[in-house]
Design a protein around this ligand. Structure first.
Ligand SMILES: Nc1ncnc2c1ncn2[C@@H]1O[C@H](COP(=O)(O)OP(=O)(O)OP(=O)(O)O)[C@@H](O)[C@H]1O
Length: 237
């Protein structure tokens, strides 16, 4: 059974449609990529799964249970974690405090959880006392990923983790996510415009274009930029 199954999902902002009958699934342990240009509906899709965007039709099932009608908090408790675009961190808290703040009061071994997550982020380990706002964009993205992991999600939704980030840190983010998917029982859905990043990580890749997501890009075509452009809704000359 898929861990996440999205069927015929539609969403709109007022009268303007943003997602049209989106269909895809993610099996447990997979890294699935969704490739799309600006404004094609990637963020809307991630936010709809997390419960921030009202859906107008279709179904989202997580672990066999419908998510529709469930609050954002209930979805988070069920094991879904969103790392939003724009690296949601607290700029005035230190790196260490940023990691603690989301799980304070949740019970359990907070120090152990933070230490376990930091094992995957050697760069952050060296910056524990640095204010979030004084980190580079790439370091902030690593911190946003680490913050999400402290809540021990089973499914991570990543909204354009490489946006505006230096290629050198992209490689580090990619390696961290690869290591994470090898080491832990975690499933990842990643929306991106960055083809190289997505093909380096994802086992399967879908294309989203104008809110329509119904086609997986065959693995062997991911190296053919013209074919990928066509899947993304732009036919090159
Ligand atoms: N709050 C909103 N109100 C009205 N329209 C919106 C809102 N948010 C997004 N849209 C519109 O919905 C469509 C999809 O936007 P979305 O942010 O999901 O795209 P995206 O693929 O994530 O783009 P980007 O790569 O630029 O972040 C766009 O046409 C956008 O203008």
């Amino acid at each position: 059974m898929p861990l996440l199954e999205v069927k015929g999902l539609s969403a709109a902002y007022g009268l303007v449609p943003a997602l049209h009958r989106v269909d895809f699934y993610v099996d447990p342990g997979e890294v699935v990529g969704i490739l799309g240009h600006n404004g094609m509906g990637k963020t809307t899709l991630m936010r709809a799964i997390m419960g921030f965007v009202k859906v107008t039709g279709g179904e989202i099932a997580f672990d066999g249970q419908s998510l529709l009608g469930q609050s954002v908090n209930a979805r988070a408790r069920a094991g879904i974690g969103l790392v939003p675009q724009g690296r949601e961190i607290f700029p005035n808290l230190s790196v260490e405090e940023n990691l603690q703040v989301g799980i304070a009061g949740a019970g359990g071994d907070m120090a152990g959880t933070v230490a376990g997550v930091l094992d995957l982020f050697p760069r952050l380990k060296r910056l524990l006392d640095r204010r979030g706002g004084a980190l580079s964009g790439g370091e902030q993205q690593l911190l946003a990923l680490a913050r999400c992991l402290c809540r021990k999600p089973r499914l991570m939704l990543l909204d354009e983790p490489t946006e505006g980030i230096q290629p050198s840190i992209n490689d580090e983010i990619s390696e961290t996510l690869q290591e994470l998917s090898r080491r832990q029982d975690i499933t990842i859905v990643l929306v991106e415009q960055n083809l190289d990043f997505i093909t380096g990580l994802a086992q399967r890749v879908y294309a989203i274009s104008n809110g329509v997501l119904d086609r997986q890009i065959p693995r062997e075509q991911l190296t053919d930029r013209r074919a990928v452009s066509e899947f993304m809704g732009f036919v090159t000359a």
